[in-house]
Design a protein around this ligand. Structure first.
Ligand code: SIN
Length: 531
């Protein structure tokens, strides 16, 4: 049984999204599991996932087609074995979820599938129309709550991983009611802290997505991979002063068009799949059209679709847009791209083992190679399920750490990721630093990059500082994590001198085809290197 008094458990899971909860359910077979979430239990990227979860389950689909589409979208950088695991184990994981009470939308008794960009089949399952992640989380939470070995603790913000004799054996965390950080030991620790969209000024992610997991693993000495690959979702609602609410790719899957300010439908000029081209292609096309028309946005046009169907199929999107006085069935909807998903993260093997003994990672925080340079739409919830379950299996048998390529002698030493200021800034100074970092990333390290802007970003981010020691507060630690991750993204983007998937450099517009594609690696002790 779980005992909190001795502050030691069999397993600690950081994060309550799909990967963390899926893992916790299996870990409960092996002992006490504590799930720590930094905010409310349900406040994660999973809760807000709209479009759905992809799996080759329809009658006209095959896992080999799903595999092919995933590899194509990944633009040469996917780890083929990871993709095979994803598409082959995905269907059984989804069946398991259904057995636990997940209610996907159906046509009669059959599962209903929709289409999204770069999928050759309609294979995206959804729930309550556009609230897929929320329904998945409901089902997983219900299952977890029925298991006495699992304890859920919201509002526990983990600040650092603690290593003893090289092994990650504990975490330090802040609770709102405690006056000092708490420590909890565990036999194995799973990082399932989700994404990092909030590192950018414009993002579809909730404000909890600060890259905490990547930052704390990096500080602890873990190897981090492919940080330059950040996916920008093409269609975030553009209303000044409002958060960039996601307008699911499924809207385009159902037939919505993109139009520039001159009302021209422009996507057929950029790609044969038009609005359903891979996300990186659509996001770049929108950016170029915005530049050409000197506009801050383009339009998403659903007016040719049946209004009743649109309202029923996308109730959350319909009602959210209505709050901004936009009726998506009759009005053109102003949109522009926003940071959405990190393909890179803490390097893991196919069972979530990181380079540090005792530390595992799954979900968006992890980089197991499944997404390559550009994630196929709706593969991320599937990844959370499949690799969350795999990480649990590895933790149960105490799998050792994974090995990753080391830097050659040419790679330099790491740049500092935490510059201390002489006069410790107060809370508002910390907020200003965060604003600056997020603005630099958005202006210099976003959809279309070049060496000059990236060099400037690296320099300016390197010059930002935070108080030393950090005050024991969540905002201060989030600021430190944002700055750490921003610097990692900028440095890796500068180091990769080619264009591939979501990483587009106007000064290196082509893929480097002279060698097999290489991943970028970076750690506390080394500058970015490629293998
Ligand atoms: C969407 O609904 O467009 C987002 C789904 C995803 O990012 O995979």
């Amino acid at each position: 049984m779980v005992s909190r008094k001795d502050k030691s458990l069999d397993f600690v899971v950081l994060g309550g999204g799909i990967a963390g909860m899926r893992a916790a359910i299996d870990l409960a077979q092996g002992g006490g599991v504590l799930v720590l979430t930094k905010d409310d239990l349900y406040e994660s990227n999973t809760e807000y996932a709209q479009g759905g979860i992809a799996a080759a389950l329809s009658e006209d689909d095959e896992v080999t087609l799903h595999r092919h589409d995933t590899l194509q979208a990944g633009d040469g950088l996917c780890r083929e074995e990871a993709v095979r695991v994803l598409v082959e184990e995905g269907p059984q994981q989804i069946q398991q979820l259904i057995d636990w009470g997940m209610r996907f939308d159906r046509n009669g008794t059959k599962l209903a599938f929709t289409r999204e960009g770069a999928h050759s089949r309609s294979r995206v399952l959804h729930a309550h129309g556009d609230s897929t992640g929320s329904e998945i989380l409901r089902a997983l939470m219900a299952k977890a709550r029925a298991l006495p070995n699992i304890q859920l603790q919201p509002h526990a913000f983990v600040t650092d991983l603690i290593r003893e004799d090289g092994k990650v054996c504990a975490v330090s965390y802040l609770e709102p009611s405690a006056t000092s950080p708490q420590t909890i030991h565990a036999g194995a620790i799973l990082l399932a802290t989700g994404g990092l969209g909030h590192v950018y000024k414009e993002t579809t992610n909730p404000s909890v997505a600060c890259g905490d997991g990547v930052a704390m693993a990096y500080r602890a000495g873990a190897v981090v991979r492919d940080m330059e690959f950040v996916q920008f979702h093409p269609t975030a609602l553009f209303v000044k002063g409002a958060p960039r609410f996601l307008l699911s790719e499924a809207l385009r899957g159902e037939g919505a068009y993109l139009r520039n300010l001159l009302l021209e439908r422009f996507m057929p000029r950029y790609h044969e799949a038009a609005e359903l081209a891979p996300r990186d292609v659509v996001a770049r096309a929108i950016t170029l059209e915005m530049q050409k028309t000197r506009a801050e946005f383009v339009y998403l046009d659903l007016t040719s679709l049946d209004p009743d169907h649109v309202q029923k199929r996308f109730p959350r999107i319909f009602s959210t847009c209505m709050k901004h006085n936009i009726d998506i069935t009759t009005d053109l909807v102003p949109i522009r791209p926003a940071a959405h998903y990190a393909m890179g993260g803490v390097a893991t093997d196919l069972y979530g083992a990181t380079s540090l003994p005792g530390l595992f990672a799954a979900g968006e925080v992890a980089s197991n190679g499944v997404h390559g340079a550009n994630r196929l739409a709706s593969n991320s919830l599937l990844e959370g399920l499949v690799f969350g379950a795999r990480a649990a299996a590895a933790m149960l048998i105490k799998q050792p750490a994974a090995a990753f390529p080391s830097p050659s002698l040419k790679a330099g030493v790491a740049a500092s990721t935490h510059a201390a200021s002489s006069a410790p800034p107060g809370r508002t100074e910390i907020e200003k630093t965060v604003e600056l970092a997020r603005g630099i990333l958005w202006d210099k390290v976003a959809i279309i990059r070049d060496g000059k802007a990236l060099t400037e970003a690296v320099t300016r981010l390197g010059g930002l500082s935070l108080p030393e020691p950090l005050p024991p507060s969540r905002p201060a630690h989030e600021a430190c994590n944002i700055l750490t991750v921003a610097r990692l993204i900028a440095r890796c983007a500068l180091a990769r001198e080619e264009s591939r998937g979501a990483h587009y450099r106007s000064d290196f517009p082509l893929k480097n085809n002279s060698k097999p594609p290489r991943h970028s690696y970076v750690s506390r002790n080394s500058a970015p290197y490629f293998e």
